[in-house]
Design a protein. Structure first.
Length: 583
């Protein structure tokens, strides 16, 4: 899985990767030649007193050292560029895929987990790729080349070298195999701790209001301790690796020197060959240490790759149409026919056989209690989810066959809990229309009844907005979200209980302004407040995911028991026909 993911990321940079490999081979071969030339200087130059040979060979060694330095420098720059591009491309790939997932699939992973996978897990893979590209390739060549050249210098000494290196490799493989499960567990603990911390920071006011500080501290402490225990397991195994390497390095050096001393004493080996083999031993040991770093990073990167693949391999339940249909005329009509939707694994659907239509110049209100499926209905029009059965059409085209950008441009959506991005008032409003002028921004704010509070802010349109709009009130966030939708001038407006944080006076003024501004648009208003829907052209009453009534306010008061109950619970007795008699 890790290799497949790395290959897919590196494939666009095949040319640079081949050049990097060539540079690694060149600089490694230059390095490997130095101990052999040094042995020749000792045996042919120093032993025989041939100073010319020493100078000539020294110049060759100097040239090889220069080649090694230049090659290593260029390779380092190239590997950094490749791995930086790899990380950028992988993050973009994950982000694009996440943006195509439905709301259900995104909820399955969770915001904190998707953030960790997009950033932290990609960094783990990027670190491994950089280590492999920067030093691991040359380390492998160095190890193999060092063993072969050690055999060339002295067969007996070379065989001893190969045997001891094989033992080191076996011990390392056993240790590194044990790192896989703890690394995967550590990533899960990081996910859990990140999710918990995000939840506690977001809900800090509720925690303090209910005096649950101690409870939340215990929850955080338990998650933190679990991460500590898993990290400790990883740390113990990691600490064993350098100790193992050091022991074998010392044993290997002593064994080689002792064996070489016996052979030199018997006249079967020259001193230069011993110098060369010891030089190759040093290079091999350095290479083994470098490769051990790679294998240390590999389990963590493998766990990260599995988590990333889990996201990338998750099919979206709202797939892109193979041949998207672009309606020749965008009318703004909305039609739901027998729309049924249920979440995966749920026993009963959220919406059942819903029929609804709305056209230009018409305001259709969807009224229902908590859990009746109102927001889910809007998500089907937005195609955040797809219907299980039935159909949803916009401008006469099934949303499943519609070009996603065309659908998005046709709709202005105002959620109940609007999200504002870190930036300024103006930058948030321009999400609705990036080319909007300041005059258009102020007009949208006038419609949304937001001009007064924006003018009171220190810098007006340039006043800062914190992430999520945490530095302004809920009502102000709702009004900015309404202004943002108005600014885009779409044909369809989906308003999801977007007056819930407003006082009655502000809501009345806002509804009057919207009625004038959106006179030609299709408006689908979702709410559970009777007062917000009385002026609608048509009201659709949802109960338990089914349509139980359709009509105007007066018609429903006469003919819908569900609507009458809701009206009675929210209105004064004299506002509901028959209420005084019942009293």
């Amino acid at each position: 899985m890790l290799i497949r993911l790395l290959y897919a990321c590196v494939r666009p940079y095949r040319g640079r990767t081949v050049l990097l490999l060539v540079l690694q081979v060149v600089q490694t071969v230059a390095t490997l030649m130095l101990p052999t030339l040094n042995a020749a200087v000792v045996d042919e130059g120093v032993a025989k007193g041939d100073s010319d040979y020493i100078v000539r060979t020294g110049m060759i060694m100097l040239a090889l050292a220069a080649v090694q330095i230049v090659g290593a420098g260029i390779a380092a720059v190239l590997s950094s560029r490749i791995t930086a591009a790899l990380g950028r491309d992988l993050r973009s790939r994950i982000f694009r895929h996440v943006m195509r997932l439905s709301a259900t699939e995104m909820a399955r992973f969770g915001t904190s987990s998707l953030s960790t996978r997009t950033v932290n897990d990609v960094v783990q893979i990027q670190r491994l790729a950089l280590t492999v590209a920067d030093v691991a390739v040359s380390a492998v060549i160095m190890s193999v080349g060092g063993l072969l050249l050690g055999l060339y210098q002295d067969t007996g000494l070379g065989l001893l070298l190969i045997g001891l290196v094989a033992v080191i490799g076996l011990c390392l493989s056993v240790l590194l195999r044990r790192l896989g499960p703890p690394y995967a567990a550590m990533q899960r603990c990081v996910d859990m701790l990140t999710r918990l911390l995000r939840e506690q920071i977001s809900g800090v006011r509720v925690i303090r209001a209910f005096v649950r500080d101690g409870h939340e501290r215990r929850r955080f402490g338990e998650a933190n301790d679990e991460l500590f225990r898993v990290s400790l397991r990883v740390g113990r195994i990691m600490a064993t690796i350098p100790v193992t390497l050091m022991v074998f390095m010392n044993v290997l050096t002593v064994a080689l020197v002792w064996f070489a001393g016996l052979r030199i004493e018997d006249g079967a080996m020259r001193l230069g060959a011993l110098n060369a083999v010891l030089g190759y031993l040093t290079l091999i040991i350095i290479s083994i240490i470098v490769v051990s770093f790679v294998f240390t990073e590999a389990p963590r990167a493998r766990a990260s790759a599995a988590r990333i693949e889990d996201v990338l391999r998750t099919p979206t339940s709202v797939p892109q149409p193979e041949i998207p249909v672009d309606p020749w005329m965008t009318t703004g009509h909305i039609d739901l026919r027998g729309a049924t939707f249920g979440y995966p694994g749920a026993q009963t659907p959220v919406l059942k056989d819903v029929d609804l239509s709305a056209g230009p110049g018409e305001t259709v209100a969807v009224l229902g209690g908590t859990g009746s499926g109102k927001t889910t209905l809007l998500s089907l029009v937005l195609r955040l989810n797809d219907v299980t059965t039935g159909s949803v059409s916009v401008s006469g085209v099934n949303v499943r066959e519609m070009e996603p950008d065309v659908l998005a441009r046709s709709i202005g959506f105002v959620p109940q809990r609007p999200y504002l991005f870190s930036g300024t008032v103006a930058s948030n409003l321009r999400y609705g229309n990036p080319r909007a002028t300041d005059e258009e921004l102020w007009h949208a704010l006038d419609v949304a009844q937001g001009t007064e509070f924006v003018e009171r802010m220190a810098d007006g349109l340039d006043s800062p907005i914190s992430q999520g709009g945490s530095n302004i009130s809920g009502g102000q966030r709702q009004r900015l979200a309404i202004a943002r939708a108005v600014l885009g001038r779409p044909l369809i407006y989906l308003l999801d209980d977007c007056f819930s944080a407003l006082d009655q006076g502000t809501e009345a003024a806002l509804r009057a302004a919207l009625e004038k501004e959106l006179a030609a648009a299709t408006v689908l208003l979702v709410t559970q407040r009777i007062g917000s829907v009385q002026g609608a052209d048509r009201i659709v009453v949802l109960d338990g995911g089914r349509v139980v009534g359709t009509g105007t306010h007066e018609e429903l008061l006469r003919g819908s028991a569900t609507y009458q109950e809701m009206a009675a619970s929210q209105s004064a007795p004299w506002e509901v026909p028959g209420a005084l008699a019942d009293a």
